[in-house]
Ligand binder design. Structure first.
Ligand code: ZN
Length: 221
C-alpha cells in the first residue's frame, strides 16, 4: 500500500536515482524531483533528468550548487584532471566531491520543507561503490538526525539502494517495471554518453558489469 505522504527525490538522471524515482512513485502518493547541478562536466545530465521526470509525470526542479565544485578540485568538475580508473589504495578516487551529499541533503531538506514534504529519497549505496564516506549508511543516519535538529522537523531520508549491488539495482528497476527506461534513457557515464555509455570510464564499468550480471540471472529465469 502506498504511503499517504509525499516524497522529494534527489534525481541526477543516472541509473541509481532514476530507479529511486520509480521506487518513490510506487511508495508515495506524490513525488517531486530535485536535480542539483554542481559544475559537472556534462550539462546533458540535467536534460536527461528533466526528460525522465516528464515521462514519469512528476514536477522537476533544478538547483545550481556549482559553489560545491569551486571549493575543492575533483575530476568530475575539472576537465584538466584525468579520472582515476581505480580506487587508490587507502584513499578515494579523484571523482570524490568532498561534502557533496551533505550539501545535497541539506538543500533537499530545505526545499522539501517548503513543500511540506518530510520524505527525502536518495540513491546512495555503500555496497557497490568507491567507498565515498558520504554514501555510507552511518553518514545518512547522522545527517538525518542533524537535519531534524537543524530545522526542528521529522525528515526521513530513504535510501532504497543502500545495501544493493549494481546487479540488484537492475533487478529492482525490473521489478518496478522500468528496466528498459533505466537501461536506455539514463545517463551514468562520466563521458556524457546515454545508456550503455563509453564503456570504459569507472561509472560505465560498474554499471555495465552489474547489468551483465543481472542479465545472466534474468535469462535463466
Ligand atoms: Zn562512460
Amino acid at each position: 500500500m502506498k504511503n499517504k505522504e509525499s516524497a522529494l527525490v534527489l534525481h541526477s538522471g543516472g541509473q541509481d536515482s532514476t530507479t529511486c524515482l520509480f521506487w518513490a512513485l510506487r511508495n508515495f502518493k506524490e513525488v517531486r524531483t530535485l536535480c542539483i547541478t554542481y559544475g559537472q562536466r556534462h550539462s546533458l545530465e540535467v536534460e536527461v533528468a528533466q526528460q525522465i521526470a516528464r515521462e514519469a509525470g512528476v514536477p522537476f526542479q533544478t538547483l545550481d550548487a556549482s559553489v560545491i565544485s569551486r571549493l575543492a578540485d575533483n575530476s568530475l568538475t575539472n576537465p584538466e584532471i584525468a579520472m582515476d580508473a581505480e580506487k587508490p589504495e587507502g584513499s578515494y578516487p579523484n571523482t570524490f566531491v568532498p561534502g557533496r551529499n551533505l550539501f545535497f541533503l541539506t538543500f533537499a531538506a530545505v526545499i522539501a520543507r517548503t513543500y511540506g514534504i518530510r520524505n527525502i529519497v536518495t540513491g546512495v549505496s555503500q555496497a557497490d561503490y568507491s567507498g565515498y564516506p558520504d554514501c555510507r549508511d552511518t553518514f545518512i543516519r547522522s545527517c538525518n538526525t542533524t537535519l531534524n535538529l537543524a530545522m526542528d522537523e521529522q525528515f526521513i531520508i530513504h535510501t532504497p539502494l543502500m545495501w544493493l549491488t549494481k546487479a540488484e539495482t537492475w533487478a529492482l528497476a525490473d521489478e518496478l517495471g522500468v528496466f528498459d527506461i533505466v537501461r536506455n534513457k539514463t545517463l551514468t557515464c562520466y563521458n556524457g554518453i546515454i545508456a550503455e555509455g563509453c564503456g570504459h570510464c569507472p561509472a560505465c564499468k560498474l554499471r555495465n558489469a552489474g547489468l551483465k550480471e543481472y542479465l545472466e540471472i534474468r535469462n535463466c529465469k
